[in-house]
Design a binder for this molecule. Sequence first.
Ligand code: FES
Length: 580
Amino acid sequence: MSKLNKINPEDLRSHRWYGAKDMRSFGHRSRTAQMGYHKSDYVGKPVIAIINTWSDINPCHSHFKQRVEEVKRGVWQAGGFPVEMPAISLSEPFQKPTTMLYRNLLAMETEELLRSYPADGCVLMGGCDKTTPALIMGAISMNLPSIFVPAGPMLRGDYKGQFLGSGSDTWKYWAELRAGNIDEQDWQEIEDGIARSPGHCMTMGTASTMTSAAEVLGLTLPGAASIPAPDSRHAQMATLSGKRIVEMVWEDLKPLDILKAASFDNAVRTVLALGGSTNSLVHLVAMAKRASIALTIDRFDELAQDTPVLANLRPSGKYLMEDFYYAGGLKALLSRVKHLLDLNQLTVNAKTLGENLSHAQVFNDDVIRPLSNPLLASGGLAVLKGNIAPGGAVIKPAAMEPHLRKHTGAAVVFKDYNDLSNRIDSPTLEIDKNSVIVLLSAGPQGAPGMPEWGQLPIPQKLLKEGVRDMLRISDARMSGTSYGACVLHVTPESHVGGPLAFVQDGDLIALDIEARRLNVMISEEEMQKRKNAWVAPAPKFTRGYGTLYLKHIQQADKGCDFDFLEPENLQNSTGEPEIH
Ligand code: FES
């Protein structure tokens, strides 16, 4: 038992299932015996729920069958009782229309698994994009001792001796194929070599961004997020996490003891210093709300003003997560921005963030840049406001061509994704490199699910002219592995009558990142006239989970959580079930 022990075996939540002398507990014990466990395996021991998002169709978690055994080994060794509980996997490459439609479903599943079963603590196994925020959102709402085991990035992709990055190089070489600069044979070799090991995307996409955020929030063992999935140190980390969660139960160390406003500020700073994904705005806002912390998208913009981008990682920079790990990993990066962090924040190992960074060291100054030579001195993300985005929109200045940071151009509007697919490469489309591509109906309700469509394709005829970046605007999200002058998360979305819905072909749109402005150059009277003529589209779902989603989903600036999952709707701190 831990030296910091605060609770006794009879205080364990699972004691209500196993410890009572009544008919129900007889049933629980006899059914546990049915699974081959003797009483000495579990009575008086913390029951550790291992929420495993493994699936045959999730390549990012393909090592989780093995890793879960390593977690269990740690739990057994520390005197706990491990119970694996599979949960929906949210496989980014395969699930349509988008995993974002199901993030809240996994969050609900996590919370309800923990609530309804005899869990004293939990290990959360995730990493592929939405799995990280979803698992953590559910665990925060249930507030049992929790530790996150990140899947770890896959190894660098390989093609003709060059490194390939997930997503980033797919977009890049797809554009080159469409421009006629590579052939089908090259494209096949890229397909074979870009994803060559277990693990999540190894660019600084949403997966690496969110697992890094989870680490700096204090929800993983120190250093966990940067370890490549196939590295034996990843297996060691899994075992150590299993050991540690048992101690955390005895210490009664819960997510709400760890997650404070300052720890979310630390997470935002970290995302910025990493040049992380714009998706982090939506997820961190939602995670903070579950902890009753009012994190706003404006806070990202405030902190971006003096946070340098130091990680030289694709899509903003040059390297990949494997290089980042060898350069010292997240701890090394954090050691370079210590002055911007609140180092007193508690973490799952009962030490502060500052204590965990005491031996951090950078081994490669080009991968993790010094403050004197940042990738970008500040402004990794920018939040824009204006008459087409009164609730805000986001852009990633680090991953776009600088000449577009202040730009005015005529809108070319696509009413939805099908319209975009059908017309973008049409030789008769009236568009040039100064045009502004606008996509409607791509937000939380419109798409629905706010898919990662925001890196709108550049028309083939302009690609052939050498154009590689244009101003693009939508209410969609963008893959964290993408790049380009893409204004995203326009709020409120067009589908619910946000003013983006009223933009028409030929309207001049003005972006000024430095001034944080995004406007369509039409009069208020004209805007009102178009608004009055606007007809609300029909809802996209009429049955099943989709109807629940459409009824309760909130806009991007609110984190796209369901309104009924906000903490004020909990009857008590845990919503504990009756056991009859
Ligand atoms: Fe799983 Fe990118 S596809 S993290």
